[in-house]
Design a protein around this ligand. Structure first.
Ligand SMILES: [Zn+2]
Length: 433
């Protein structure tokens, strides 16, 4: 395959570089060589006719559970990367709550080796804050950083010990590392399984009040102000959290945040008749919270759309609601749900692209997320007007746990390129990779 590729006449949206218009994009040896308003004439280039399509920086997902090592029945690094590139993602951050937990160089090296073998997208590592995610003793942060971890998190588990959280924020500054937090005060969420409100009352299920999240965000803002550290708030679900993060940013604190498509699309009524595919943590909230999260996405309070892709097997979901596991898969529906939100008028297309590209890249200091000359040729080509129906049976992910099965969504990924290699095209993973 030619190492020179010309993407001809697509609509290029590159928020970091202020580009939105028809351009030719020239790629040489895995990197962006030129982005030109005038048509380019290049000898011996492989040509991608992109007229009528969007040519975007490859998407970056800051929050993905690849399940390997330990739960390969749910997902492997290979199938997770397949799902990623099928969804237009060229980079994912792999959460550390595997079995064993990624709190060591050994597990980090294992994940990196598997990702190299898969050779599909960039896999960045998140290391654990505490050993075994037990919330008691700090993991070897320096070793995790030298093994390539781009953030630390006990994701899925909050750091209830405020003293330990404070030390983590301080220590992470030595490496300029973001500390990513799942904000939940366990004494407030208790045995709750869904949002506390009218629907939980109707269904007779124990609720989780918004304060379980908001109180922890408030605590961490206090710690952040004092330590001057770097904090990343995972999967924001509540109006109160959005407000606190907005205020903190205004005061100059180094905080970033992400929201998931399910939290800005579905409210707690999706639990309907005990649908376990609507069970997640934090839980789906109210219409008002959705509006607040969308405003946060639009005004820059929230930096990134992240999926919290959380594969589970049928057994974990085909049980009573209060026994079901938390989480949904998200890599293959994120773009469609984001573009559906654009259609509803809650986000501009430019802002939506920024939330999938520049925003996450900046939040964790990752390469890519833009198309300036010299940038890695991570490129996603999208047909924005093509509609499709979500069919979970056709997911590349090994798991099917989605509340969006059967939903019509706009925007189809036509091609995904990573480092100038075509890894996904028209519904197929490219074997020639
Ligand atoms: Zn998660």
């Amino acid at each position: 395959m030619s190492s020179t590729i010309l993407f001809r006449r697509g609509r290029v949206i590159d928020p970091r570089n202020g580009v939105d218009g028809v351009r030719d994009v020239l790629v040489r040896d895995g990197r962006v060589a030129e982005v030109s308003e005038a048509p380019l004439q290049v000898q011996d280039a492989q040509v991608v006719e992109a007229s009528g399509k969007l040519v975007l920086p490859g998407f970056i997902d800051l929050h993905v559970h690849l399940r390997e090592p330990g739960e390969e029945g749910k997902e492997t690094i290979l199938t997770g990367c397949m799902a990623a590139v099928a969804g237009g993602f060229t980079g994912v951050v792999a959460m550390p709550n595997t079995k064993p937990v990624n709190d060591s160089v050994l597990v980090s090296e294992y994940v990196k080796a598997k990702a190299r073998e898969a050779r599909l997208c960039h896999v960045y590592l998140a290391g654990a804050i505490t050993k075994g995610l037990q919330g008691e003793e700090m993991a070897e942060m320096g070793a995790l950083v030298s093994a390539g971890c781009v953030c630390i998190t006990d994701d899925g588990r909050p750091v209830m010990n405020a003293g330990l959280m404070r030390r983590a924020l301080q220590y992470a500054q030595l490496f300029d590392l973001p500390v990513m937090v799942h904000e939940e005060d366990l004494t407030l969420s208790g045995k709750g399984v869904m949002n506390e409100g009218r629907t939980s009352t109707r269904l007779g299920l124990t609720g989780i009040p918004p304060s379980a999240e908001v109180a922890m965000v408030a605590r961490d803002m206090v710690l952040l102000e004092e330590t001057k550290g770097r904090l990343h708030v995972a999967h924001v679900s509540c109006e109160g959290s959005v407000r606190l993060i907005r205020e903190a940013k205004r005061r100059g604190l180094r905080v970033t945040a992400e929201a998931t498509p399910h939290h800005f699309t579905l409210d707690d009524e999706a639990v309907g008749a005990y649908d376990t595919h609507a069970r997640m943590n934090p839980p789906l909230r109210t219409r008002r919270d959705i509006e607040a999260v969308r405003e946060g996405l639009a005004d820059g309070t929230i930096d990134a759309i992240a999926t919290d892709h959380a594969p589970h097997g049928v057994l974990e979901k085909q049980v009573e609601f209060d026994k079901a596991w938390n989480g949904v898969v998200g890599l293959e529906t994120a773009l469609g749900l984001t573009l559906a939100t654009v259609r509803e008028g809650a986000l501009s297309l430019q802002r939506a692209v920024a939330l999938l590209t520049d925003g996450p890249a900046r939040a964790f200091g990752l390469p890519g997320g833009h198309l300036a000359p010299g940038a890695p040729a991570d490129i996603t080509v999208v047909e924005p007007d093509v509609e499709w129906t979500v069919d979970s049976a056709r997911f590349f992910s090994r798991s099917r746990n989605t509340p969006f099965h059967g939903r019509r969504l706009p925007g189809r990924v036509a091609q995904t390129w990573v480092d100038g290699r075509l890894v996904f095209e028209d519904g197929h993973i490219k074997e020639s990779r």
